[in-house]
Design a protein around this ligand. Structure first.
Ligand SMILES: NC(=O)c1ccc[n+]([C@@H]2O[C@H](COP(=O)([O-])OP(=O)(O)OC[C@H]3O[C@@H](n4cnc5c(N)ncnc54)[C@H](O)[C@@H]3O)[C@@H](O)[C@H]2O)c1
Length: 332
């Protein structure tokens, strides 16, 4: 048997489609391990290009302890111009390394893995902050939902919200490209419809998954007590909005960087006092929310989550004989 495997995207996506429940569990466990200090998750490294300012490739090295006990790195590109080429904005590979020897054990196509871990994280936050975590199979109370930005990340978040029992029966979809919002709404079925940004901002649960580089949701937007915002794209909200909200992040040091709205809020106030807690803390029941405020969850996106989900995909692909052996990958 060779020591190195390649997992193509078609295989990873098949496995992910059948393993949503497991993905939710391993992502929640990874947050708890991170919270317990059993991960190593250095800063992401951004490769930018002066002649392509909208594009970037990010390296996310990490080590995840516990049963996974694996190191690795995700290398993920964002080239928004790809839309005009008819291919997705994001593409990625994930390298996994054996922790005993340091040797790379696999290379996985990782756009789907990255989307799944992002969506699982958003869905866990929606359930935990909405008081329905852990999911027990009973649907959470019906609530109105909005998606602002309707690309593949929003699509995957929709599937994972359903996975944790958040009903999507009353949904507004908004996108700068109206045809994308319409396609997304049609895909959701039921009572999903397209709407304006103002319509969207009035919903109980608002998911941001755009590619905005600077805030366009104004400081005087009336977010209300109990409203939940999943700030997955991180740069849509005026920082003042965060100063009138409960703020949950995945990791304080990571999230308050790279001109995210939480980073802008820190620059505005000179302090991190507006951060209420982390998702790991919420899952441990250690974070108290002020019920008089809306709640904003801002996940920077931790490399340890990619390791957690990538390890599931590799194990399943190997068990099914669908991981491609590369004999002789390591000489000698
Ligand atoms: N926080 C995390 O962990 C994490 C992980 C993965 C992706 N993301 C982010 O999620 C976002 C969405 O990813 P995707 O792959 O679906 O991107 P995508 O480019 O395929 O889709 C983004 C959509 O947002 C729309 N949009 C852009 N600006 C908008 C605005 N101001 N108002 C309304 N719609 C707008 C675009 O028209 C497009 O349809 C990206 O910003 C990506 O960086 C975050």
């Amino acid at each position: 048997m060779s020591e190195f495997h390649v997992v193509p995207g078609v295989v990873a996506d098949d496995i992910l489609a059948a393993a949503q429940d497991r993905v939710v569990r391993v992502v929640a466990e990874a947050y708890l391990l991170h919270d317990a200090g059993r991960t190593i998750n250095p800063d992401s490294y951004f490769l930018r290009f002066p002649d392509k300012p909208d594009s970037r490739i990010i390296a996310l090295p990490a080590y995840l302890g516990g049963d996974v006990d694996t190191a690795g790195i995700k290398w993920i590109s964002s080239f928004p111009g790809n839309h005009d080429r008819g291919i997705p904005r994001a593409s990625a590979v994930l390298i996994l390394n054996d922790y005993a020897t340091g040797r790379p054990t696999a290379c996985l196509e990782a756009a789907g893995i990255s989307a799944a871990r992002t969506a699982a994280s958003a869905a866990i936050a929606a359930a935990a902050l909405g008081g329905t975590w852990p999911p027990d199979g009973t649907p959470a109370a019906p609530r109105s939902v909005a998606f602002v930005g309707t690309g593949p990340i929003a699509d995957t978040i929709a599937r994972y919200l359903r996975q944790v029992g958040v009903p999507l029966d009353d949904v507004v979809c908004h996108d700068l490209e109206e045809s994308r919002a319409a396609r997304f709404a049609a895909g959701l079925g039921g009572a999903a419809r397209t709407g304006t940004l103002a319509d969207a901002l009035d919903r109980d649960l608002v998911v941001f998954a755009t590619t905005a580089g600077t805030p366009y949701v104004p400081a005087d937007t009336p977010l209300r007590p109990g409203q939940l915002v999943l700030n997955v794209s991180l740069r849509d909200l005026a920082p003042e909005l965060l100063l009138r909200a409960n703020n949950i992040v995945d990791d304080v040091d990571h999230c308050l960087k790279a001109q995210t709205s939480p980073h802008l809020a820190e620059q505005l106030t000179g302090s991190r006092d507006f951060v209420t807690g982390t998702l790991g803390g919420v899952l441990r029941g250690e974070v108290e929310l002020d019920p008089a405020l809306p709640t904003i969850f801002s996940p920077f996106g931790l490399g340890v989550l990619d390791l957690a989900v990538g390890s599931v995909v590799l194990a399943e692909a190997r068990a099914a004989g669908r991981a491609i052996d590369i004999p002789g990958f390591f000489p000698g």
